[in-house]
Design a protein. Structure first.
Length: 343
């Protein structure tokens, strides 16, 4: 099926006035998002990602450049026209932003009432959305009576109230524990699949991107430094910014445990969801008769498949290294040699 563009950002620059001159938050951003995809924007704190997402719906007006959503150039709209266009763009936040003196039902009704929808119709729509997010029984609960995950589900339902074409998620899982995070990500995937809504995920966590997104843009120092399919960037990061997100401690040297010498080679082994969840490394050691030292591991099972990565220190003997590489090839496991300065 032919891909259809729903968001286009061209030459976007955003500057804020500062005491000693303008501060550049974003510079020369070019980005295209297709209808119906889940697109990730990732970067460390201060990279400009939250400013970028707020420029998409013009909560922040770009200093330069154009933002086009659903065929409308938002950067040319003002007043009522801009408010109307924003109704097609839902947004959820890290801290939920619910009205504390209103029930879950009333929070979801709020944007509908602002848009002129009658109370009865608004409540009917809100009840539908509570069912979609799995909180029908919490319709009369106040935010203080809800868990963090439940609050975010109400916030998601509220963002869907006006039937948006695009849903912006600004660090939507950062305040949640890992189990709740997985449930919220699963809900976003369901919404994307069942309602056809394009989802933009803003995060600083690579695990969020690899679990939910099809493509990703990496922001660093106000610029997009790398962009492409998640599996390709995960397998072969081309930039220092991507490696900082993939490895804990970023580009700093790791303390190599005592296992031979630092001159020994290291492999980064990538599990991209194509490998069944089984002890690949243990089986490799048994099959090859050669031990390896695991320096770093971050793997987990998603729907019965292994996702994540490991960095292992190889034996000194070249024949043992050759057997290990041959074994990984037969198992269709991606690997690449890495230097200690990227781990």
């Amino acid at each position: 099926m032919e891909e259809r563009e729903i968001i286009r950002i061209e030459g976007l620059t955003k500057r804020f006035p500062g005491k000693d001159g303008d501060v550049v938050a974003l510079e020369g951003i070019n980005l295209s998002v297709n209808a119906g995809e889940i697109f990730g924007i990732i970067g460390l704190s201060g990279a400009g990602k939250s400013t970028l997402v707020r420029c998409i719906n013009l909560l922040e007006r770009p200093t330069e450049g154009r933002v086009t959503v659903c065929g409308q150039e938002l950067s040319m709209l003002k007043g009522k026209e801009l408010r109307e266009a924003r109704r097609g763009i839902g947004m959820i936040f890290q801290q939920f932003n619910l009205l504390m003196q209103r029930t879950a039902l009333e929070n979801i009704c709020f944007p509908l009432l602002l848009a002129g929808v009658g109370k009865r119709a608004a409540e009917a729509r809100a009840l539908e959305l509570l069912e979609i997010v799995g909180l029908s029984e919490k319709r009369n609960a106040y935010p203080a009576q809800l868990s963090g995950g439940q609050k975010q589900r109400v916030a998601i339902a509220r963002a869907l109230a006006n039937e948006p074409k695009v849903l912006l998620c600004d660090e939507a899982t950062s305040a949640l524990d890992p189990t709740t995070t997985r449930s919220i990500l699963a809900l976003l995937k369901e919404i994307n699949a069942n309602l056809g809504i394009t989802v933009i995920v803003i995060t600083h966590e690579m695990r969020v991107v690899e679990e939910i997104c099809s493509r990703v843009a990496i922001l660093d120092a106000s610029h997009i430094v790398e962009m492409g399919r998640v599996e390709e960037i995960f397998k072969k990061p081309k930039t220092a910014a991507a490696r900082r997100l993939l490895f804990p401690g970023g580009e700093q040297h790791a303390e190599i445990p005592a296992f031979g010498t630092k001159s020994q080679r290291m492999l980064r082994i990538v599990f991209d969801g194509m490998t069944p969840f089984e002890p690949v490394i243990a089986n490799m050691v048994l099959a090859c008769g050669a031990p390896v030292n695991i320096l770093f591991a971050n793997t987990r099972a998603i729907e019965g498949k292994t996702v994540g990565q490991m960095v292992v220190q190889l034996p000194e003997a070249q024949d043992a290294v050759s057997r290990i590489e041959a074994y990984l090839n037969t198992q269709n496991v991606h690997y690449e040699e890495v230097a200690d300065h990227v781990f």
